[in-house]
Design a protein around this ligand. Structure first.
Ligand code: GDP
Ligand code: ZN
Length: 379
């Protein structure tokens, strides 16, 4: 099943992005449109040549995303993971080593203009070219995508990181106080995008267990993995390490909850270059690309400046219920098919809340997120 999904993704990355096809929001002159058409045609031609090149190089196994990084597909070609993107080149981790790899000329143009042709986290085939030089020959299908809106082209998707496995949702039990709604928001995003979710309740040294136990019980009762931790005294760190090993992990959560402290506890010296941005807010330079930071015990931590925008993008109000695993199975029992589970008569979800089968806090989160989605309908 994973492979089929991957195959679809691979098709879509080779199609011309929608942003170049439809711009109903745009009101530019005919001349500019003409200029765009010409550029589009050139892009298509270049893309065709990439596709031809890819076909030539791709063996029958080249699109197999289930192969481990570092496995060889054909002579001289090895598979790696893009950890960083620079202009015209990418850094690729291959079996624990890191290489700077050049992109083919045609790739390079796309990398600069679309940035989603090769994204951080992509699995790529690379081949040595000369003593020092490596070349990316193929971008393999993506399992998952962490995307956000392109700031310039509001309707266009920009892949920030490909192949994220897990989102580690960090909350603190105190200072700042526990905000379950943020956890719920990220759980919806995980469900929508196919990311595993890991909830980390940090700073347990600041509160008695009776304080955070109810929250922990709600989420573990729903089948989520919850790790109670303290970056201060080290509790939960082994459990966290085991839970993130060999995966590509995004750490997210409010500023001040202890993400950086946890990371440097997990692996001394591990720091996210952009982490201070969340603490100091505006005025600091933000890099526009994400980066994968290798973990000593296997896997990666994703450093992504785009995490704030990743909100609830592309979730339609009607889809929200799917992100709440205790609500989703009940919606078929509501009296009205299009029930929003608010004030409608005969709502099976509200009934479950009243009977204590669904946590009132979770239901409150659901209603608030629903309102937010309606308020920002265009988002
Ligand atoms: P971030 O913004 O999520 O990266 O949070 P930081 O790692 O910068 O931590 C914010 C503050 O919380 C710092 O002053 C840390 O020393 C403190 N902190 C982090 N983890 C813990 C913890 O487990 N217990 C306590 N008491 N303080 C912590
Ligand atoms: Zn309902």
């Amino acid at each position: 099943m994973g492979r089929r999904k991957g195959a679809r993704d691979s098709d879509s990355i080779r199609r011309l992005p929608r942003k170049y096809m439809k711009r109903e929001w745009d009101s530019r002159s005919a001349d500019e449109e003409h200029q765009d058409d010409r550029v589009d045609r050139e892009r298509m031609i270049t893309r065709k040549s990439i596709r031809g090149e890819l076909r030539k190089r791709a063996g029958p196994e080249a699109a197999d995303a289930s192969k481990p990084a570092g496995a060889s597909n054909e002579e001289g070609v090895v598979e790696g993971v893009v950890t960083k993107i620079a202009s015209g080149s990418v850094r690729v981790a291959v079996a624990g080593k890191s290489f700077l790899c050049r992109l083919r000329g045609a790739f390079k143009q796309f990398e600069v203009e679309e940035r989603s042709i090769v994204a951080v986290g992509d699995r790529v085939n690379v081949i040595p070219r000369g003593a020092q030089e490596w070349l990316v020959t193929e971008v393999l299908p993506r399992r998952t995508k962490l995307s956000r809106l392109d700031p310039q082209l509001r309707s266009a998707e920009k892949v920030v990181v490909a192949n994220v496995d897990q989102v580690v949702i960090v909350a603190s039990v105190r200072e700042p106080p526990l905000r379950a709604r943020l956890i719920d928001r990220y759980l919806v995003v995980c469900q929508k995008n196919g990311f595993e979710a890991l909830i980390c309740l940090n700073k347990i040294d600041l509160a008695g267990e009776e304080e955070y136990r109810p929250v922990m019980d709600v989420y573990s009762g729903l089948g989520y993995k919850v790790v109670c931790a303290s970056a201060q005294d080290g509790r939960g760190m082994d459990e966290l390490r085991a839970a993130i090993a060999l995966k590509s992990n995004v750490f997210t959560g409010h500023s001040g909850v202890g993400k950086s402290s946890i990371l440097s506890r997990l692996q001394p010296g591990l720091e996210l270059p952009s982490a201070p941005v969340t603490s100091y807010g505006r005025g600091r330079h933000r890099t526009s690309f994400a980066e994968l930071i290798p973990l000593d015990f296997g896997g990666f931590v994703v450093d992504t400046p785009g995490i704030r925008e990743f909100g609830l993008w592309r979730i339609e109000p009607g889809e929200l219920e799917v992100g709440f695993r205790e609500i989703a199975p009940l919606v078929g029992d509501c009296k009205f098919q299009n029930c929003s589970h608010g004030t409608e008569l005969g709502c099976a979800v509200r009934k479950a809340v009243e009977e204590g089968r669904i946590s009132a806090l979770r239901y409150e989160s659901y209603l608030l997120l629903l309102k937010e989605l309606f308020d920002k309908r265009e988002y």
